[in-house]
Design a protein. Structure first.
Length: 500
């Protein structure tokens, strides 16, 4: 179906791809794996026409192709679901699905009725209850991801590229996506699948290609390899098994939350969060589990003064009542929030790596209102080195970094504010296995320094690895609380579905 021949791509200061060659067979699901920065997304952007300047050659069904732009690739039968969502928040789901390919009536007007009907049919294929008229800016990340998938399905692509398609989906949504993938394969669609999740790769793939540091390492038949071998090829070393949290000794209470509720105007449920009470101790990792829509993100936003409505209830920080009307007030009090949606709520694309890191601590880096540039550079370079950010330098573009390295920059930004409470909303979403292990170690180190951490995650094994205690939410209510010794995937899922 597709031959990738000696593809090389150089960015300023970074060799993203170096002489990469391998083939994709017609009708197969071909997984491509590698650490963040391995070159996976760069290669997919070349295949989908996002990047059109590179060295080497692409052959589609034996014919040499060079796509000028994404529309050129789509006309050749190539569709792509990007890891970072590319949606216009002010437009409806249907308008986003047909953006740039709008259907028109015989007199040239937009045929909204037909687009909405077809969008509804596509969403129905995904068992997705979203209205085609709903603005996508009102949807959570998981629902927005399903809009992206519906958009790709509408292209009727013969070669479909999926870049981390399940990164924001719940287990139920993932199962629905897998059913859709099987339908596509039955129709003869060839799929390139990028994922950091080994269970997905080994469930779906016919063959697996490993990239490392921009180079092709090996292509293996799924049946002839193992997750351990693939992980070793990805990172070039064995990932040490670590006992995260062993012998941690949480101290006095840092944060107390009593009867916290968040109104939900115009909704039948009336409350996004209802009567949530818990505490967080110094040097403790407190996990928050729950299915999509359970209220995990809303809980962290309430604590950080970033909720859609003023919450009801009591929050005490270091024994004193607090009520934050703005995130700046929460930051000044010693709280920090790493958001779930890094592209929309975390990154400033027009600023370089250093400016993205120093953004929240400029007060400490200025004299008489002027930024002390040498101090800023030294400070941000220290963070880059400490967190192992792969970048050509702090003056490089933040958009040139991989998703995992962007996430490290955002965490570094908040560490410079010297927080006492660190809120992490699904911090390893879209991060590779090697970088995950590094982030786990970092969280453990921060706890041992006395910081209290609240972390949400869609991956239960992650919470079981990291956390001293785990809270479980279901439809905005606290339905379970487990210590490290009590917690199990089954018990958490029972509480998350209010079944136990």
């Amino acid at each position: 179906m597709l031959a990738i021949d000696r593809i090389t791509k150089q960015f300023p200061g970074v060799l993203a791809l170096s002489n990469v060659s391998f083939e994709i067979a017609t009708g197969e699901l071909h997984a491509i794996v590698g650490e963040n920065g391995a070159g996976k997304s760069t290669l997919m952007k070349i295949l989908s026409g996002v990047i059109n300047r590179y060295e080497g050659e692409l052959r589609l069904r034996g014919n040499v192709v060079h796509f000028a732009d994404t529309r050129d690739a789509e006309q050749a039968g190539i569709g792509m679901i990007h890891q970072e969502l590319n949606l216009v928040e002010q437009l409806s789901a249907a308008a986003n699905i047909y953006l740039g390919r709008e259907l028109r009536t015989s007199i040239g007007l937009l045929d909204d009725a037909t687009m909405e009907r077809r969008a509804a049919e596509l969403l129905a294929q995904l068992d997705c209850p979203i209205s085609p008229r709903q603005p996508v800016g009102e949807l959570r990340v998981g629902d927005q991801q399903l809009i992206e998938i519906a958009k790709a399905l509408s292209l009727e692509a013969q070669l479909l590229i999926m870049d981390e398609p399940t990164s924001a989906l719940t287990e139920g949504e993932v199962e629905r996506l897998f059913r859709v993938i099987e339908k596509l394969r039955a129709r003869g669609v060839t799929i390139i699948y990028i994922s950091h999740k080994m269970d997905e790769v080994f469930h779906l793939a016919d063959r697996i290609t490993v990239l490392r540091d921009g180079q092709f390492i090996r292509t293996l038949e799924r049946a002839a390899t193992s997750a351990r071998e693939i992980t070793h090829l990805m990172v070039g070393r064995e990932i040490e098994s670590t006992h995260i949290g062993a012998s941690r000794q949480p101290a006095e209470t840092l944060l107390e939350v009593r009867a916290l509720s968040l109104p939900w105007r115009g909704h039948a449920r009336k409350w996004r969060l209802q009567e949530i009470s818990f505490s967080l101790r110094k040097g403790e990792v407190l996990g928050v589990a729950g299915l999509m829509g359970a209220g995990r993100t809303e809980l962290l936003e309430c604590l950080f003064g970033a909720s859609s409505e003023p919450p009801v209830g009591e929050i005490r920080l270091n024994g004193k009542p607090v009520s934050f009307e703005h995130p700046a007030e929460a930051t000044a009090a010693g709280m920090a929030l790493v958001t779930e949606d890094r592209k929309r709520l975390g990154l400033f694309n027009l600023l370089d790596v250093g400016a993205n890191i120093s953004l929240c601590s400029l007060r400490e880096l200025t004299t008489a209102g002027l930024i002390r540039q040498q101090l800023e550079r030294r400070t941000t370079e220290d963070i880059v080195q400490k967190l192992g950010v792969k970048t050509a330098g702090v003056g490089g573009a933040i958009t040139a970094l991989s998703g995992g390295n962007q996430q490290k920059c955002i965490i570094g930004r908040w560490l410079l504010t010297h927080p006492t409470v660190l809120l992490l909303d699904d911090p390893t979403r879209g991060v590779d296995v090697g970088a995950k292990a590094e982030l786990y170690q970092l969280i453990d180190e921060l706890c041992r320094q006395g910081i209290g951490v609240i972390v949400t995650s869609s991956e239960l094994p992650e919470l079981l690895t990291l956390c001293d205690r785990i809270l479980v939410l279901c439809e905005g209510r606290l339905t379970g609380e487990f210590s490290r010794s009590e917690a199990s995937e089954q018990r958490i899922m029972e509480a998350a579905t209010a079944g136990g």
